[in-house]
Write a protein that binds this ligand. Structure first.
Ligand SMILES: Nc1ncnc2c1ncn2[C@@H]1O[C@H](COP(=O)(O)OP(=O)(O)O)[C@@H](O)[C@H]1O
Ligand code: SF4
Ligand SMILES: [Mg+2]
Length: 331
């Protein structure tokens, strides 16, 4: 079991006026064998952080460490690497011309199967592990359903015997009817194999289903992070409350949801990442910020992200302790 740690990681795209800090000084730990759910709206930088974990995004400051060792120095981008990524679109990792069994076989490290027979047996094991009939081994990706393709992508990622899996919106492109079964599979495999996992979705209902820890991202920053139960029962950032209020309720989870906050100023467009608001980046949308409570001038000038990581259940809000108490009882 291994710990994945982002230490003050920044990823910048472009230069000059068009430069975007897609990930801006993020520190986040995925403890060994646990699932960290990363949630936030589109454009908040989730995929960029995921890609930084596997060496696919240019880290301009900070470090990504696996058990204290820089992942950049490990064998990233090749089969057998310790951190593996599964993408939203399985076509990104599956060659449409190859039989899916061969795509999985390609990712089996030599140490796991010395000869062709051993490799075939390992591929069959991986297919069964992800709930696929071994009869599908000879299919091309186009002959499978979206859910089956995503299972193949998962088998391919697991072939490398990773310590940590980064799963980026892996159910978002699937039919709603199969999303649940794929989520259950991922959760079962994670527990069974005691994998660390960074599980990313724009949908809080999905994230809360699988996560031990929840991190909420907004415009390149983590604005709240803590044990899933605490974040759901007692969210300390107005943006998290907004996400909770908007998340579809599911049986067993509705009791964790606080009453929606006053959303009078939250219907505005997300800010342009090229022109970040000063002070708290959420202030132009915050229902308890200076637009509603003009006395909260700190929000306009002081960055609340600075001391947030020092708290166990951290919140990048100057007024985290003064938010109205959530009325829903913990589930
Ligand atoms: N390769 C890239 N080149 C330039 N800008 C990018 C690139 N990838 C992402 N971005 C920008 O970085 C920001 C975060 O994007 P992304 O990480 O994809 O967010 P999310 O996954 O949360 O939707 C966005 O403003 C996006 O336009
Ligand atoms: S710091 Fe101010 S603007 Fe930012 S989330 Fe807290 S109350 Fe809202
Ligand atoms: Mg994304």
């Amino acid at each position: 079991m291994s710990e994945l740690r982002f230490e003050d990681v920044t990823v910048r795209y472009g230069t000059g006026r068009r430069a975007v800090r897609a990930v801006d000084g993020i520190s986040l730990t995925v403890p060994a064998g646990q699932v960290v759910g990363l949630v936030g709206e589109s454009g908040s930088g989730k995929s960029t952080l995921a890609r930084a974990a596997v060496g696919l995004a240019p880290v301009s400051a900070g470090r990504v460490l696996l058990d204290g060792e820089d992942v950049g120095r490990r064998r990233v981008g090749r089969p057998g690497r310790a951190v593996q990524m599964v993408f939203q679109d399985p076509y990104a990792s599956l060659d449409p011309r190859m039989r899916v069994g061969d795509s999985v076989a390609e990712a089996v490290p030599r140490a796991a199967a010395a000869d062709a027979a051993g490799r075939r047996a390992e591929v069959a094991r991986l297919f069964r592990l992800v709930g696929l009939d071994t009869g599908h081994i000879h299919c091309r990706p186009a002959e499978l359903s979206g859910g089956q393709r995503q299972r193949v992508a998962l088998a391919r990622a697991l072939a490398g015997r990773p310590a940590v899996v980064v799963a980026d919106e892996i159910t978002s492109a699937l039919d709603v009817s199969v999303q649940g079964t794929v989520l259950n599979l991922v959760r079962d495999l994670q527990r069974q194999m005691r994998l660390g996992m960074l599980f990313i979705s724009h949908n809080l209902a999905v994230v809360r289903y699988v996560s031990d820890i929840i991190a909420v991202m907004y415009l390149g920053r983590i604005v709240e992070c803590g044990p899933a139960r605490d974040v759901l029962a007692d969210p300390r950032h107005p943006y998290t409350r907004e996400l909770l209020a908007a998340a579809p309720h599911r049986d067993g989870y509705t009791r964790d949801t606080p009453e929606p906050v006053d959303t009078t100023v939250t219907d505005v467009e997300p800010p342009d990442p090229h022109h970040l608001p000063a002070g708290c980046r959420f202030h132009p949308r915050c229902p308890v910020g200076p637009l509603v409570l003009p006395g909260r001038t700190d929000c306009l000038t002081l960055d609340p992200a600075a001391d947030a990581p020092e708290r166990v259940h951290r919140s990048a809000c100057h007024f985290a302790g003064e938010l109205p108490a959530p009325t829903g009882a913990p589930g």
